[in-house]
Design a protein around this ligand. Structure first.
Ligand code: FES
Length: 91
C-alpha cells in the first residue's frame, strides 16, 4: 500500500499576475503544519510538490493517495486538515 502523505505546493512565481502557492506563504504554512502534526502526534509525511494545478486558489495541499485537496490554506484550516488526516488513516 502506498503510504499516505500531505503534498504541499511550494511552487513560486515572482509575477504577481501569475499566482503561486509559495507567493502566498505556502512554505511557512508547511513548516507550521508540520509542527502542529508533530505536536498532536499525527503521523504523516509532509512533502513539497511543484504545482497541484489550482494556482488561483492556493496555497494548496493534497492528501494522498486519492485524498482531499485543501485550498486557500491558512492556520485556520489546520484543524480541518488534521481531522481529515486522522479519518484517512482508518481507510
Ligand atoms: S502554484 Fe500551487 S497549485 Fe499551482
Amino acid at each position: 500500500m502506498m503510504s499516505k502523505k500531505l503534498l504541499v505546493c511550494t511552487n513560486y512565481r515572482a509575477n504577481p499576475n501569475n499566482p503561486s502557492c509559495a507567493a502566498r506563504g505556502s512554505k511557512e504554512i508547511m513548516a507550521k503544519l508540520t509542527q502542529q502534526l508533530q505536536k498532536k502526534n499525527v503521523l504523516i509525511e509532509v512533502e513539497e510538490i511543484q504545482c497541484l494545478g489550482y494556482c488561483s486558489v492556493g496555497p494548496n495541499i493534497r492528501l494522498i493517495p486519492n485524498g482531499e485537496i485543501f485550498h486557500e490554506v491558512s492556520v485556520k484550516k489546520f484543524a480541518e486538515i488534521i481531522q481529515a488526516v486522522k479519518g484517512f488513516s482508518k481507510h
